[in-house]
Design a protein around this ligand. Structure first.
Ligand code: URA
Ligand code: SF4
Length: 250
């Protein structure tokens, strides 16, 4: 079966379920990863991009699947040459918060999932300290393929990939975007001069959505005292969402 045939079949299956009144489907990251492995013979990532919980909107699921299927065969920049898996991003289909990092690292490239390595574990702690679970937010990146040797994605690579992110944002309609680190902010705003320590903590707008720039979790691994700054920024996000602010900081 070709990739586009697989995507079409998935879409029609989801539409069939929708007609039958199904408003909820369950797909854990583990199931998505297993599906990805089974689809490996197709030289593709799974057509299903996101774990889906609670009143998932099947149009969003189908739209994300279509984007993920396009990413799986994308050759719009040189990063396609060295990737193992594409990493479209995953999470809730109606997230209050969408976290956007710079791009997959080695663990993410191996698993096809965003933020599953050491930086990802720290991001999980931040998300949980905010009173959310990973499944309640959406986690993605500016580029969907791993830059070789852990270098930062280049401006032309980010520009090539950005339309996928913009389509994901348009489907997900998060209330808030959290941009993780200088590179993510540079890519989102096409501004190579961003100094994240100067601009973090103050609201920006991306695609009409309130966007909070903060420090990248990988930076926090090297510089733990900076976690205090990130927590300040996340408290600003929680206040903006009208959420309670937990006293615990990680
Ligand atoms: N760093 C990122 O920016 N994104 C990931 O997915 C993992 C690490
Ligand atoms: Fe395509 Fe983005 Fe991967 Fe480049 S990084 S090949 S634009 S999906």
């Amino acid at each position: 079966m070709t990739l586009s045939r697989a995507a079409t079949k998935l879409r029609s299956h989801l539409e069939h379920l929708k007609e039958e009144g199904v408003r909820e489907i369950e797909a854990s990251p583990e199931r998505v990863a297993a599906l990805r492995r089974r689809l490996k013979g197709l030289k593709t990532a799974p057509a299903v991009a996101a774990p889906v919980r609670r009143e998932a909107d099947l149009d969003v699921v189908a739209g994300l699947a279509k984007i993920a299927a396009e990413i799986a065969v994308c050759k719009k920049c040189r990063l396609c040459e060295s990737r193992t898996n594409t990493v479209p991003g995953q999470g809730n289909t109606r997230p209050e918060i969408m976290f956007i990092g710079e791009g997959p690292g080695a663990d993410e490239d191996a698993q096809g999932l965003a933020f599953v390595g050491r930086a990802g574990q720290l991001l999980t702690q931040i998300i949980e300290a905010m009173g959310f679970t990973r499944d309640e937010v959406f986690i993605g990146n500016v580029v969907k393929c791993r830059p070789p040797d852990n270098r930062a994605p280049m401006p032309d690579e980010m520009a090539a990939c950005l339309p996928y992110l913009e389509r994901q944002i348009a489907l997900l309609k998060p209330k808030v975007i959290v941009a993780l680190g200088a590179t993510a902010v540079k890519g989102l705003f096409n501004d190579p001069k961003v100094q994240i320590t100067k601009i973090r903590g103050r609201w920006m707008k991306y695609s009409g959505i309130d966007t909070m720039p903060t420090l990248h979790p990988a930076y926090l691994l090297r510089n733990p005292p900076a976690k205090r700054d990130v927590w300040e920024d996340m408290k600003t996000v929680l206040a903006h969402l009208g959420r309670p602010i937990p006293s615990k900081r990680n």
